[in-house]
Every structure is written in C-alpha cells, then in structure tokens.
Design a protein around this ligand. Structure first.
Ligand code: NCD
Ligand code: ZN
Ligand code: ZN
Length: 347
C-alpha cells in the first residue's frame, strides 16, 4: 500500500548497531553514519577486536579524528572474551564512553574468532554489568555445525539466551539484528529489560531475494535472511509501536571482491540510506506514523539516554543508488545498488 504522506519530520534518529571498521575505511564509513544519525552503537569486531577499555577508547578517538558531520556521537562497546574480568567492565563503564559489552559466540559471525566459547565463562562479567548498569548486546546464534543455519537463532534463544535472562534478571539485554518470529515472541514475552534491534534489510527482504533465480551475495549477512513468514513477523514487530523494538542497521561493509567470491563474507551495507530504507518498509504497511518511535525514541529510552532534541525531515523524492561507494581505496556495493529509493533525508 502506498500512503499519501510525502514528507515526515521526526526527532533525529540514532543507529543502535553499526560496523564502521577501522583505518583508511573510517573516513568513508564515518561520513555515511554521521550524515543524519545523532549517535551510533559502534560494534567492536575489529581485527584484533576492542576487548579492553584502552582499545575501545582509542578506537573512539580514531572515529572522531575521521571528522564526523554535525554533533555525531559514537557510543562504544567492549568485545567480550572468555577472559573479560569484572574489573574491566567497571573500568569501561566509568569512562562514560563505553555503554555496552557485546557477546559474540566464538565463530558465529564476521571477526568473532576471539568471542566467547562457553557463556558461563562470562558470567562474572555479566554479574558486574548487571551491577553497574552496562547493557549486554548479543549476536544470538549458536555455532554448532550440526544445527541448520536457518535454525541457529531459534536454538540460541532456547538453549542460551533464556538462561542468561533468567540468571541475570536486572541485566539489560539487546538481542541484535533479530531475524525470526521466534525472536519476536521471545522479546515480547520477556521482561522490560529485554529488547531487540531490527535491520532495514531484514524488513525489506527474505531468503528468496538472496537465492531465487540466482545467488546474490550482497544479501548474504548473518543471521541469514529467513523465509517470508519471519520477515512478516519482523515487520509487524517494528511497526507495532512496541518500545522493545528499535533501529539498528547492522550496516556492515565488506569490499566488493570479498563479497563477490567463492566464499563471500557476511554483511550488508545500508548506511548510505539507512532511514530511507526503513521508511520504504514502514510505508509498505502504511505505518509511517510508527517510524519516529522505532528510529528515534525507543533506542535512547532503553539505553537510558536522552532522546535527541532536534529533528530531521524525510521526503518522498526518488533517487538512484550508485552501483558502489568508496571504502578506503576499495569499493562497497550497497543494498539497492543501481535501484531507486523513494525517500530522501533533507535535514
Ligand atoms: N551481520 C553480518 O553479517 N556481519 C557483521 C557481523 C555481525 O553483525 O554479525 C560484520 O561485521 O560484517
Ligand atoms: Zn551479529
Ligand atoms: Zn553487526
């Protein structure tokens, strides 16, 4: 359905899950993320990962040195390992710049090799996080090779996440980039301390877009796109007005040749048009009136941070997405490369 709304002014949004990478790529990723996002949760899966306070803070310095536009504020995240200590958690939290720690099950996704091998290994760290009010962000997939890739999120929720949530009821947990109806139901049924981010690409696409009529590597990301019934459940959750679901693009650039390869990397680039892509998904179900809560209110509310005070305007003004964008001397192929996007942020 197409609505008659052609312009929408909303509180400035934030991105609660993004990958900016490092080094020469930063000038390109920082330019895109700071075009209109007020803040962003910067994922720490660098090589090597940002596992301690010093590495997270020096990463923050490099992001700021890449000259973000406007008043963009990077919110940093500690990468949990089997060895993360409660002391490190407290030290990180005390800086005021590190707001969360990320649980990557070892081997689950891009640059997760140093991640957690057994969740009980991080229980002392989780206890400290619960105590000081640091959020736990979770890549929710099991890594057992005998579990089908399309079931890994559901099995993680059943066997790991429910245990974490029961053991640490006062810990705030964000189940990142959810992809299934199972995740939607788990989050809805859990306490107010449990929320989820949803990407634009999981709202716009299902596994047919990736696999039917040819294999399209730029749609390949983790957790992998699921069947359309799951896509529908995500759309319903995002547009429901529930404060438990908010914007996290999981924009994750990889150079073109690393995606278009015999063994292509996982990750989709959406930072070139983040809010514009969400607007398309919300418009599709006539729910543009729900976009502001999802993009600009529920995230800061869950993180206990103030909402942004200024606004941006998004207009119906179709434009053609370039075939690629520069990425520190290489190129990244964005979602909707060469296609039209209906919406444009005009500030
Ligand atoms: N989502 C992805 O497919 N890839 C992310 C890692 C992640 O968020 O799991 C990346 O860093 O490339
Ligand atoms: Zn992830
Ligand atoms: Zn991610």
């Amino acid at each position: 359905m197409t609505s008659t709304v052609t312009t929408l002014t909303i509180t400035r949004p934030d991105d609660w899950h993004v990958h900016l990478r490092d080094g020469v790529q930063l000038k390109d990723t920082v330019r895109d993320i700071s075009r209109y996002m007020g803040r962003a949760i910067i994922m720490p899966n660098l090589v090597p990962p940002a596992t301690c306070t010093e590495t997270a803070l020096s990463y923050r310095d490099r992001i700021l040195a890449a000259e973000p536009q406007g008043n963009f504020k990077p919110l940093m995240v500690l990468y949990l390992t089997d060895k993360t200590t409660p002391e490190e958690i407290k030290k990180a939290k005390a800086t005021g710049h590190i707001v969360a720690a990320k649980l990557y099950p070892a081997g689950a996704t891009t640059n997760s090799d140093s991640g957690v091998t057994d969740i009980e290994n991080v229980y002392p760290a989780l206890e400290a996080m619960e105590e000081v009010g640091m959020l736990l962000l979770v890549h929710g997939e099991v890594t057992d090779s005998s579990i089908d890739i399309f079931d890994r999120e559901k099995v993680f929720i059943e066997t790991k996440l429910s245990k974490i949530v029961d053991t640490f009821p006062n810990l705030k947990v964000v189940l990142e980039h959810i992809t299934t109806q199972d995740a939607v139901e788990f989050v809805k049924g859990a306490s107010d301390n449990v929320a989820a981010t949803i990407t634009a690409h999981h709202l716009l696409y299902n596994r047919n877009h990736m696999l039917a009529g040819g294999i399209r590597p730029h749609y390949y990301c983790l957790p992998i796109l699921k069947r359309n019934t799951h896509q529908q459940a995500l759309i319903e959750a995002a547009t429901s007005g529930s404060k438990k679901f908010f914007l996290g693009t999981d924009s994750a650039p990889h150079a073109k040749d690393k995606k278009e390869a015999a063994c292509g990397c996982a990750g989709a680039y959406t930072a070139h048009a983040a809010l514009e892509l969400y607007a398309e998904a919300f418009e599709e179900v006539d729910a543009l009136d729900k976009l502001e809560g999802f993009a600009s209110h529920f995230g800061p509310d869950f993180y206990n941070l103030p909402r942004n005070i200024d606004t941006i305007t998004i207009k119906k003004s179709p434009w053609k997405v370039p075939e690629s964008y520069p990425l520190g001397g290489t190129d990244v192929v964005p979602i909707k490369a060469g296609d039209m996007i209906d919406w444009m942020v005009t500030e």
